[in-house]
Design a protein. Structure first.
Length: 165
């Protein structure tokens, strides 16, 4: 397998990379363990089925170890659902949003990087069209961010009620 980074951004203050391809995303197990504050990566990997993890040659590995464990999309969901830590729930929500957007559009445009995205992917467009696209993307990102904030506030509001009922 020729491993590629298909998406990267910061999520909840940590670097988030999606490897593989849009149809079959992979997540570096070491990163996932760090995101959800899991103290034992081996135990985390043992908690998922064999078809939910893969040992892959990672050309992006910074250390000498090139063979690394990755979780499939089902594997990351399984790990996130098994964890009782609140941070895992936050990660699960973010992962679902990002993967859905990648699957539907072939990628994502990060807030405050709209201009860079347009410049890189549409270099032949006129400056006027590029500017209009940037403004449109910024508007869409602002709307999406407002929806996410509203949902997070609602969840925080009702969560204590669930615990007492």
């Amino acid at each position: 397998m020729n491993l590629q980074v298909v998406h990267q951004q910061d999520v909840l203050g940590q670097p988030f990379k999606v490897y593989g391809n849009i149809e079959e995303p992979l997540f570096l197990a070491k990163d996932v363990a760090s995101w959800i504050e899991h103290s034992n990566q081996r135990m985390m990997l043992n908690s998922v089925d064999e078809d939910e993890k893969q040992c892959v040659n990672n050309p992006y590995a910074s250390s000498g170890q090139k063979q690394q464990w990755f979780l499939t999309e089902n594997g990351i969901y399984e790990v996130l659902m098994q964890s009782r830590k609140p941070i895992a729930k936050q990660w699960k929500k973010q992962v679902k949003v990002i993967l859905k957007q990648i699957r539907l559009t072939g990628g994502t445009v990060q807030t405050d990087r709209e201009e860079e995205f347009i410049h890189n992917y549409f270099p032949s467009f006129s400056d006027e069209i590029k500017k209009a696209m940037v403004l449109d993307l910024r508007g869409q990102n602002k709307e999406l961010k407002a929806v996410v904030v509203a949902k997070e506030e609602y969840i925080e509001e009702i969560q204590p009620q669930r615990l007492t009922e």
